[in-house]
Design a protein around this ligand. Structure first.
Ligand code: RTP
Ligand code: MG
Length: 143
């Protein structure tokens, strides 16, 4: 098993509904360690940059508008197979398709407001962590 790092967002809907602690509990219960964390309110430019790969998609405007609608929590998670492990904890993009017990099944209202983001591959994880955190803001565990 490889120890990986992945990037996670608790989106504005889940922050507004006070689900930060419940979602952090899911990460920690699954053995993922939070090694960087902060609350930010994205500017339009920051949200557009983060989701640039989707800029040609019809939902891009709504996605940027949603992601700037309120504060978010951003975090770096570390653990065994962290990228895939976090995607499994999150569940499918559309909560209607998300497996029982996943974050999106429990906390997401729709495909547009779906509670959490998680990196989809190691390369995107590295890019997304660096988008939000400087090297000295990431604190690997020594114990
Ligand atoms: P995320 O990047 O937020 O973790 O979500 P994801 O990988 O599961 O899904 P992705 O394909 O990367 O899409 C990013 C976000 O765009 C919205 N979306 N809407 N209406 C639609 O067909 C549609 N498809 C995607 C979702 O809010 C998704 O989280
Ligand atoms: Mg994605």
């Amino acid at each position: 098993m490889a120890i990986e790092r992945t990037f996670s967002i608790i989106k504005p809907d889940a922050v507004a509904k006070n689900h930060i602690g419940a979602i952090y509990n899911r990460f920690e219960s699954a053995g993922l360690k939070i090694i960087a964390s902060k609350m930010v309110h994205l500017t339009k430019e920051q949200a557009e940059g983060f989701y640039a790969e989707h800029s040609a998609r019809p939902f891009f405007g709504a996605l940027v508008s949603f992601m700037t609608s309120g504060p978010i929590m951003v975090q770096c998670l570390e653990g065994e197979n962290a990228v895939l492990a976090n995607r499994e904890i999150m569940g499918a993009t559309n909560p209607a398709d998300a497996a029982r017990g996943t974050l999106r099944a429990d906390y997401a209202a729709s495909i547009d407001e779906n509670a959490v983001h998680g990196s989809d591959a190691l390369a995107s994880a590295e890019r997304e962590i660096a988008y939000f955190f400087s090297a000295d803001e990431v604190c690997p565990r020594t114990r």
